[in-house]
Ligand binder design. Structure first.
Ligand code: ADP
Length: 493
């Protein structure tokens, strides 16, 4: 099948979070399964720098661009996957984060930028961009590509459309006036398409108009149909429940593998787990923590936003640090959270090390060196760090939600006896339950006989969260979709 895979970020070209990990590795896994999958991204400066051998396919005249928009073609680094870049300097050639300015606020023209991206994708999807390639299916990801399924409803014939929700809270919401400014087809201003309580919603375009929907874990697929996690879209998602599939993300084992990881102090695998201790010692040494094997060393990696629950960790630190526990935190985001973390680190120099910023190497070193990875996310569509930590023999401690619930088996008397436990999880996201669960992990770790701890680690390491299984599920979904009648425009509503 010919699949056009549309995303606003893909590792290693550009990354702000898990979306990039998925969009960098899922196409590779689909390609390995024999699919002709091609990627389309905006031509941000970092992406242009990291791509070699780009050629110009065509120049498109698109609504919303002052100058012709160039479509560039090349290959995703290290593979023969074809990559298309939408090159509009007016929209994408600016430094820094793809979505926000240096002060953390959204680029003021995000609606214009991603509407233009969608319009360029439609030209590629309809084979009007000199690519000589007409996809059978267009796979869109998150709000930045939400207009694509909506605009494609206006085309006939057209490819099938799949819209994947990686995080429902980021919706691409803009004032109604933006709808007119973008000169979008009037028929799309409807509660069955882009209108959401009087506003323009990019994500709603994907959810309402795509032929099929997916999200990144089975539990999140259920959760978003309820008011607690549905972000106001739960009614629409219930309506579309028969078209919604939850497929757990995989991990790229070329990048996240303790046996080959170039970033970590000492490589290891399930047969040489004793070497993991060297990584713990290195993490303690490099970050000024007491160098001692006895404390339970926790790690936390992620964007510092309310979703990830760092405030909940901060609220129980005083009690946690009365026990032999250390914590290394890596993250950036909310300035108030960054400051609270810095202040806490000053109070507990032997037990807490905080790194504000984005650091790929340190993320790997924490995964390898920590005993446990703490993820108290209030909600978590899939979560990748707990999958990395399972692969690295680092026991996850997680809130039982979304993909965390689907990937971590809590230690209970039964799961301990059957050797099926892989971590520790809790139901209520409160500082007290997080504390209790960390202490449960500490008790288990501190048993005189470490055999039970090793068993817990080994069970997790043996779990296979690599991409082939998940990619095969996407492939099956694509197949099912392409068997359907898709040459008629989808009726709105
Ligand atoms: P989300 O997509 O919500 O940010 P995920 O757990 O799905 O969360 O993916 C986060 C990805 O971003 C992981 O690969 C993680 O290692 C990485 N990451 C997040 N913050 C940082 C950081 N400060 N430094 C390095 N990597 C980070």
């Amino acid at each position: 099948m010919k699949i056009l895979f549309c995303t606003s970020e893909a590792w290693p070209l550009i990354k702000t979070g898990g979306l990039a990990d998925v969009c960098g590795s899922l196409p590779k896994a689909l390609h390995a399964l024999g699919e002709d999958v091609r990627l389309v991204l905006p031509a941000y400066p970092e992406v242009l720098e990291r791509c070699v051998g780009l050629t110009s396919l065509c120049e498109l005249t698109l609504t919303g661009a002052d100058a012709p928009v160039e479509i560039l073609a090349g290959h995703l680094s290290g593979s023969d996957i074809v990559l298309y870049l939408v090159n509009s300097p007016q929209h994408f050639r600016r430094p820094g984060n793809p979505y926000v300015r240096e002060d953390g606020r959204d680029w003021p023209d995000n609606a214009q930028r991603f509407a233009l991206f969608a319009r360029a994708i439609v030209e590629l999807a309809q084979d009007r961009a000199q690519a000589g390639w007409a996809p059978d299916l267009v796979h869109c990801n998150d709000w930045q590509t939400g207009l694509v399924p909506a605009l494609l409803t206006r085309e006939a014939p057209r490819p099938a459309t799949l819209f994947s929700i990686h995080n429902l809270s980021y919706q691409g919401l803009f004032p109604a006036t933006t709808f007119q400014q973008l000169k979008l087809p009037k028929a799309l201003w409807s509660m069955h398409a882009l209108e959401f309580h009087g506003k323009l919603s990019f994500i709603k375009g994907g959810i309402a108009c795509a032929d099929q929907l997916s999200t990144v874990s089975p539990t999140y697929a259920q959760e978003i149909q309820g008011s607690a996690f549905g972000c106001g879209l739960e009614g629409l998602l219930q309506y579309r429940a028969d078209d919604l599939t939850g497929i757990l993300n995989g991990i790229d084992t070329d990048t996240w593998n303790p046996a080959t990881d170039p970033f970590i102090e000492q490589r290891y695998d399930v047969h040489s787990l004793h070497r993991k201790a060297t990584n713990k010692a290195a993490l303690q040494r490099d970050h000024g923590l007491a160098q001692d094997t006895r404390p339970l060393l926790l790690g936390h990696i992620g964007r510092l936003v309310e979703q990830k629950g760092v405030d909940l960790i901060l609220d129980m630190l005083d009690k946690l640090f009365q026990h032999p526990v250390q914590l290394v935190v890596l993250g950036s985001g909310d300035l108030a959270l960054e400051n609270r973390l810095r202040e806490a680190a000053a109070c507990y120099p032997q037990q807490l090390s905080v790194h504000i910023g984005y650091n790929e190497q340190l993320a790997h070193r924490i995964e390898a060196g920590a005993d446990c990875l703490l993820m108290p996310s209030r909600y978590e569509p899939c979560g990748l760090n707990q999958l990395y930590s399972l692969a690295y023999g680092t026991v996850p401690i997680v809130h039982r939600t979304g993909g965390l619930a689907d990937s971590v088996v809590d230690l209970t008397p039964v799961t301990a006896r059957t050797y099926s436990a892989t971590g520790f999880s809790f139901d209520k996201d409160t500082p007290q339950t997080i504390l209790e669960t960390c202490l449960r992990a500490l008790d288990y770790y501190a048993q005189p006989n470490r055999i039970d701890w090793w068993k817990l680690i080994i069970t997790g390491m043996k779990k296979d969260f690599s991409w082939p299984a998940s990619a095969a599920r996407y492939q099956a979904l694509y197949r099912e979709m392409c068997g359907e009648e898709t040459d008629q425009p989808r009726k709105l509503g």
